[in-house]
Every structure is written in C-alpha cells, then in structure tokens.
Ligand binder design. Sequence first.
Ligand code: HEC
Length: 195
Amino acid sequence: MKMNENNTVEKDELTGDKLLAGHDYDNIRELDNNLPKWWVWLFIITVVWGVAYVIVYDVLKAAPYQQEEWKNEMAAAGTVTPGQPAAVTDTTLLALTDQASLDAGKDIWLKQCKVCHLEGGQGLVGPNLTDDFSIHGCKYYNVVNIIVVGAPEKGMISWKAQLTDDQIKKVSSYVMTLKGTTPPNPKAPQGDPCK
Ligand code: HEC
C-alpha cells in the first residue's frame, strides 16, 4: 500500500475511500475497495463448480459429454442418419430371398428407381448401390429405412406414399441383390465403407 509523505494510506478526496498504490495514470487512480461479498461468493461457487465438473466429467467419467449424450439419444431413438427421423429401427430385419419377391422388387425397381440409380444400380443422380460404400447404412433395415423416409433435400423422395410396406420390402430386398455386382460405368463410391 502506497503511503504519502506523512506515512498514511492515501484516500480519495471525494469519498474518503482507500486508493490503490502504484496505479497512477495521468492522475487517474483506482480505489482499493474490498470486492462485494456477493461477487466473492459467486467467484468461489464457480471455482467449486469448475473443480466438481472436471472431477465428474474428466476424472470419474461419471456422466457423458453433451456430444455423447446426443449420440446416445439418437441411438435410443433408432435414428440411422443424424437429424433424420428413423422409420425402421429393427436391426434384425431380414431381406426377402424368394424369387417371386425379388422379381416383384425388380419390377418396382425398373419402374420407380432406375431413372436415378440406373438399371444395374450403378448410380446416376442417386448413388451407386452395387459398391461396398453407403451414405445411409449398408444393412437391409437401413435400405428399407431410407426408402421409407427418403432424402428429400438430396433428391430422393420418401416412397411411403407411392409404395406399400410390402412393395418397399420387396424393392429393398432387390436392392440388396445388387450389392457386389459389377455393372458398367459405376458411379464413384459415396459415403462410408460398409463394415
Ligand atoms: C429422383 C431420383 C431418385 C429416385 C427416383 C430414387 N432415388 Fe434412391 N437416391 C437418390 C439420391 C439422390 C440418393 C442419395 C441421398 C443422399 O445423398 O442422402 C438416393 C439414395 C438411395 C439409397 C441409399 C444409398 C446410400 O448410399 O445409402 C437407396 C438404398 C436408394 N436410394 C434406393 C432407391 C430405391 C429402391 C428407389 C425406388 C423405389 C429409389 N432409390 C429411387 C435419388 C433417387
């Protein structure tokens, strides 16, 4: 604390409050008041909170981070594509394999899907469905799901209104048979590799 020549604490002339020593900028001085109690408590609480937060989230890992929480909730809701509602959450759903269903699926494919994915599924407007990559998931239930919900912002409608559940299952089963085939001029892979 700065003392003046008389060895007393310097005080503000107007209020009589203590002045902070050593801070003198062109005669502009700072007061040396105590911080308000509420402020000090708020500060202590934030420090305690911060320490508790680090212990809970980083040391004990007792609670998930926001991002994990979001992922967990999405998984719980059965969402296949982030931000898109899932219609099909049954991961055990199996593709139809009988010839009649696959033939019916192929009919639907040629009428409704070929225009964007091409006859062999090699892709045009829509992605290549024969390679080992996928935007919306490689499993049968992923295929059913994307056909039900569509990807309207990317150019594929939801087929729920045009096709019955049965037709969707059949065309999805047919799509599964396209995987691994090698039609000419395939579109470059899009999305993630299938595991
Ligand atoms: C108007 C064009 C168009 C038509 C018609 C169309 N699709 Fe698509 N399809 C797309 C586009 C574009 C995408 C890519 C969506 C994206 O990028 O998210 C897509 C994606 C898909 C996917 C997911 C591919 C992946 O990589 O995850 C499947 C499966 C699919 N379509 C099947 C079908 C079936 C079955 C039909 C017929 C019932 C059909 N599509 C009709 C344009 C179309």
